[in-house]
Design a protein around this ligand. Structure first.
Ligand code: PBG
Length: 330
């Protein structure tokens, strides 16, 4: 029993906060390099890495600087690398996405050759980086995104990425039925080992802003007919459950910070690993505040990533993956 103070007998949680070693003993959540996936951009036809002004510290890689980044990610023990390709020409059907010589497929081959099985190699499976209109799928004559016609292209993309050696494909286009179609396509082309990390609960978010610069997107308008309404959490859980039924090996919630409740709800609803994507705008907000001297940058990075883990994400996609891994080694 505690001595009765002015407040009466008190429980004293502060006892376990007294020293760093005590705090480490009782920490409920861990943050480790293996839980972090590094998203990277590789652009066709550039001679030097090109900085992305709205994402200070992030670049569009050349094929050779990408290989270096992948080798470093492997050396740091990261959980994976997620590749995004930026073709030098775009068209209405995103044909460079399925071309074995297209930048994303070439980059998968390069990175796989560089890191082998030491680092899971993942690729975005979506058309928006490849289409001249910037939508994630094919358009009908009236300009709507055609779900089922798009699925056929996703199947072909999955085959091309598997052929290039990808370990995990990340369908991010939010077409209905995309996971089932991709699973079938992989299984039918001798790629049943390729895993699917499904962007299941992907919201129509304003925080993707800087990503548009990162992939030279030409999108005008929005993605509200296929990405989810930020008002809906239950719907995110339903999307994740549908993807698991269709064969997703892992599911993802995206963005992360404005949707931590959805991360938690999905974690409780499914029995596969859950990822959350700490997206471009979330990165840029911290970088901008830090550049102004308004917050402690490194502390804010680690707190951000820990919060996403605490909400229930098993893995976190973050542009800070390599840096965070280095900070965690200290
Ligand atoms: C779609 C895709 C997007 C992001 C990842 N995959 C853009 C979008 O849906 O508008 C955004 C990632 C980020 O903002 O960091 N291929």
């Amino acid at each position: 029993m505690e001595p009765a103070g002015p407040l009466g007998p008190v429980v004293r949680p502060r006892r376990l906060r007294r020293t760093p070693a005590l705090r480490r003993l009782v920490a409920e959540t861990s943050l480790e390099a293996r839980q972090l996936i590094l998203p990277v951009f590789v652009r066709e036809g550039i001679a030097e890495p090109k900085p992305i002004s709205s994402m200070p510290g992030v670049v569009q890689h050349t094929r050779s600087s990408l290989k270096q980044a992948a080798a470093e990610a492997a050396e740091l023990g990261l959980g994976g690398i997620m590749l995004f390709g930026i073709p030098s020409s775009k068209d209405a059907t995103g044909s460079r996405a399925v071309d074995p010589k297209g930048i994303l497929n070439v980059a998968i081959r390069d990175v796989k050759r560089e890191v082998g099985d030491a680092l899971p190699v993942m690729a975005d499976l979506c058309l928006d980086e490849f289409t001249s209109h910037g939508h994630c799928g094919l358009l009908t004559k009236s300009g709507a995104v055609d779900n089922d016609a798009t699925l056929e292209v996703y199947a072909e993309m999955a085959r091309a990425q598997a052929h290039a050696g990808v370990d995990v494909v990340g369908p991010s286009g939010m077409m209905d039925g995309q996971v089932a179609v991709i699973r079938d396509a992989l299984d039918a082309s001798d790629a049943s080992d390729v895993a699917i990390l499904a962007y299941s609960a992907k919201y129509a978010s304003a925080f993707y802003g800087p990503f548009r610069e990162a992939v030279d997107s030409t999108l005008s308008g929005d993605r509200k007919t296929y990405q989810q309404d930020p008002a809906n959490a239950l719907e995110g859980v339903r999307e994740a459950m549908l993807d698991v039924e269709q064969g997703a090996d892992m599911v993802m919630v995206k963005p992360a910070l404005a949707y931590l409740d959805v991360v938690r709800a999905v974690r409780e609803a499914v029995d596969v690993p859950v990822a959350a994507y700490n997206i471009s705008g979330e990165y840029s907000m911290v970088e901008a505040a830090a550049a102004n001297g308004w917050i402690d940058r490194e502390a804010a990075i680690l707190e951000t990533l820990l919060s996403i883990r605490r909400a229930g994400a098993d893995v976190v996609l973050t542009y800070w993956a390599a840096e965070a891994a280095r900070l965690l080694r200290r």
